[in-house]
Design a protein around this ligand. Structure first.
Ligand SMILES: *Cc1c(COP(=O)(O)O)cnc(C)c1O
Length: 322
C-alpha cells in the first residue's frame, strides 16, 4: 500500500482552508528560558471541537463524503467530536459507536454535536464491530481515526502551517498514539525540510506505537488508564500506513510518567494561560522533564484541550503546591 506523500498534504491544505481554524504558533517565553532555545507552541487547542482531529476528518469528508448517506466511527473522544461536527456542517447524519464503559460526560459531549450514539458491548473492539455492521447494513461511510491516507494528509497540514510561519524550526515535538498525527506531521515536515528532527511523545503506560516500533511490527499492548487518555488504544492490526510512516520518519520517541504529564498540564495553565488535556500537554511535559535537549528552534504540537474540567481544576491546584 503506498504511503501518503507531500502532494496529498498540500491538496488537503487547499481543501481545508475555509473549513478549519489556521491555529496560532505562539512563542513560549517560559519554555524558551528553561530550554535556552526558542520554543513555539502550535495551539490546536484553539481548533474547532478542541483538537486537531477536525483536519483529518474534514479532509476525508470533503474527498469521499459528498455522495455518502452518512458517516460512522467508533471513538470515545476527539475523533467523535470532530466527525459529529463536520457531518453536521455537511448536513449529513453521523453515528458514533461506543462501549458501555464510556463515561456519560463523553457521550453527551458527542451527542450535543448532533451525532447518534450507539452503545454496544464492553470494549472498543465491540464498538468497531458495530461500525463494520452499519457500513454493510446501512451503507454509512466509515471514517477511521488515524490509519487512513486522507486522515493522515489532513493532520499533516499542521506541519505546513508551522514551517510557513517559522521556517527556522528544526525540532518538532508531536503527541503520538495511533500515529496519524505524528506520521502525517513527520512525513510532511521532512519532505519540506529534510534536516528537521521530529520526536513523538507518548505516556509510559500502554504506548502501542512505541512498543510496535521496538518490536519491528505492530503489536497489541494492554490499555491502562492515563491522564493522556486521548493517547490510549492500539495502532490496529493490520496497520496499513501509520506504523510505516512512524518507522520511516520519526527520529525518536519519548515516554512520560503520569507526574510529568500532570506537570505539563499545570505549566500550560499557569505559565501559558492555556487549558490543555493530558495528550495535548505531552510535548510541553517532555521539555519540562528535560527528556529532550533541542538546541535551535522548537515547535511543540499542543494537540487538544478536551479534559474533564473537574480533573483539570484538581491538577492545576495541586501543581501550585509543588
Ligand atoms: C487523537 C489525539 C492524539 C493522537 O493522534 P494519533 O493520530 O492517534 O496519534 C493526540 N492528541 C489528541 C488531543 C488527540 O485527540
Amino acid at each position: 500500500m503506498t504511503l501518503p506523500v507531500l502532494s496529498d498534504v498540500i491538496a488537503a491544505a487547499g481543501r481545508l482552508r475555509e473549513r478549519i481554524v489556521r491555529t496560532p504558533l505562539i512563542s513560549s517565553a517560559s519554555l524558551s528560558t528553561i530550554q535556552a532555545s526558542s520554543v513555539f507552541l502550535k495551539l490546536e487547542t484553539r481548533q474547532t471541537t478542541g483538537s486537531f482531529k477536525l483536519r483529518g476528518v474534514s479532509n476525508t469528508l470533503l474527498l469521499s463524503g459528498q455522495t455518502a448517506k452518512g458517516f460512522v466511527a467508533a471513538s470515545t473522544g476527539n475523533h467523535a467530536r470532530a466527525l459529529a461536527y463536520a457531518a453536521q456542517q455537511m448536513g449529513k447524519s453521523c453515528v458514533v459507536c461506543m462501549s458501555k464503559l464510556v463515561p456519560e460526560n463523553k457521550i453527551s459531549a458527542v451527542r450535543a454535536l448532533g451525532a447518534d450514539i450507539k452503545i454496544v458491548g464492553s470494549s472498543q473492539d465491540d464498538a468497531q464491530q458495530e461500525v463494520d455492521r452499519l457500513v454493510l447494513s446501512e451503507g454509512l461511510l466509515p471514517v477511521p481515526p488515524f490509519d487512513d491516507k486522507r486522515v493522515i494528509a489532513g493532520q499533516g497540514t499542521i506541519a505546513l502551517e508551522i514551517l510557513e510561519d517559522r521556517p527556522e524550526v528544526d525540532t518538532l515535538l508531536v503527541p503520538l498514539s495511533g500515529g496519524g498525527l505524528a506520521g502525517g506531521v513527520a512525513m510532511t515536515a521532512k519532505s519540506v525540510k529534510p534536516s528537521i528532527r521530529v520526536i513523538g511523545v507518548s505516556m509510559e503506560k500502554g504506548a502501542a506505537m512505541a512498543a510496535s516500533l521496538q518490536a519491528g511490527k505492530p503489536v497489541v499492548v494492554t490499555e491502562e488508564p492515563t491522564l493522556a487518555d486521548s493517547l490510549g488504544g492500539g495502532i490496529g492490526i493490520p496497520n496499513h500506513y501509520t506504523f510505516n510512516l512512524c518507522q520511516t520518519y520519526l527520529d525518536d520517541i519519548i515516554l512520560l510518567t503520569e507526574e510529568e504529564i500532570s506537570a505539563g498540564i499545570g505549566h500550560a495553565y499557569w505559565q501559558e494561560q492555556e487549558i490543555v488535556e493530558g495528550a495535548g500537554a505531552v510535548g510541553i511535559a517532555a521539555l519540562l522533564a528535560r527528556k529532550v535537549h533541542p538546541s535551535g528552534t522548537v515547535a511543540v504540537v499542543v494537540s487538544g484541550r478536551n479534559i474533564d474540567m473537574a480533573v483539570h481544576q484538581k491538577l492545576v491546584s495541586e501543581y501550585q503546591k509543588i
